[in-house]
Design a protein around this ligand. Structure first.
Ligand code: FPP
Length: 242
């Protein structure tokens, strides 16, 4: 790649970037540290990537912070991630407000500790009118659960006579997902070299460009984000056409 090839084109940015933040545990193990130190270090990458997306003018950023399957991890690790989230929200709510960033959450929050949930709800309502970047945090999120939940709601509407099965189309279905009103991701980045989707946004990534970064999440910074965007900009999106 020449220097020119590798330059970021600010006129062709993805509107929506989604990130599977992977590699915190390996980053910690490589340093002889407990896994939760990897998550703590990962929170610095979260901050850097939010800031970078805001600076670049990206409209939507979705971060996969905690999957529905992550509840199976040891309680000490789950508790550490929940505490970290609460700490992050308490510390950064002011920054989100200052930087005109709107917070949204997708996922099932039932098992999220009440104090974390309260902080989330407060920050969501405090930032609801912000317009620069929408930060979507996927928490207790699983795409299959999301699809089943949408189907259940649609079946209920059909049962009540509010929707005829013949009238169900993709737009109506999408309006019943957690991501209602959010455009599908243009770019999905997964860090740490793993090539899996891990039950993330299965419906929404039908035509998303996927970039795998070898960098472990705690080491991921603006330069790696920009490299992923440059790779995206070299793709030819065809949406099934020519
Ligand atoms: C995956 O690494 C990472 C997670 C399951 C947690 C991600 C959470 C954070 C970065 C905390 C901060 C988040 C916010 C939004 C403030 P892994 O543990 O699966 O790593 P491994 O594959 O190396 O074991």
């Amino acid at each position: 790649m020449t220097v020119l090839d590798s330059a970021l084109d600010l006129t062709a940015l993805p509107r929506h970037i989604a990130v599977i933040m992977d590699g915190n545990g390996r980053w910690a193990s490589a340093r002889g540290l407990p896994r939760h130190d990897g998550h703590i270090a990962g929170a610095d990458s979260v901050e850097d990537v939010i800031q970078s997306c805001g600076d670049l003018g990206i409209e939507y950023l979705t971060l996969y912070a905690f999957s529905s399957e992550n509840w199976k991890r040891p309680a000490v690790e789950v508790d550490a991630i929940m505490a970290l989230l609460a700490h992050f929200l308490a510390e950064k709510a002011e920054t989100l407000i200052r930087d005109n960033i709107r917070l949204r959450v997708i996922g099932n929050l039932e098992r999220i500790p009440p104090e974390t949930r309260e902080l989330l709800e407060d920050t969501i309502s405090l930032t609801a009118g912000n317009t620069r970047l929408t930060l979507i945090v996927a928490l207790g999120y699983g795409a299959r659960e999301e699809i089943v939940e949408a189907t259940r709601n649609l079946m209920e509407k059909a049962r009540m006579g509010e929707l005829a099965p013949a009238d169900l189309d993709q737009e109506t279905f999408a309006r019943h997902l957690f991501t209602v009103g959010i455009p599908d991701p243009d770019l999905l980045i997964r860090t740490s070299g793993e090539c899996r989707i891990s039950n993330f946004l299965l419906w929404q990534i039908s035509y998303t460009e996927i970039v795998i970064s070898e960098v472990l999440w705690p080491d991921f910074r603006r330069e790696h984000l920009e490299a992923a965007i440059v790779e995206y900009q070299h793709r030819h999106r065809r949406y099934g056409g020519l």
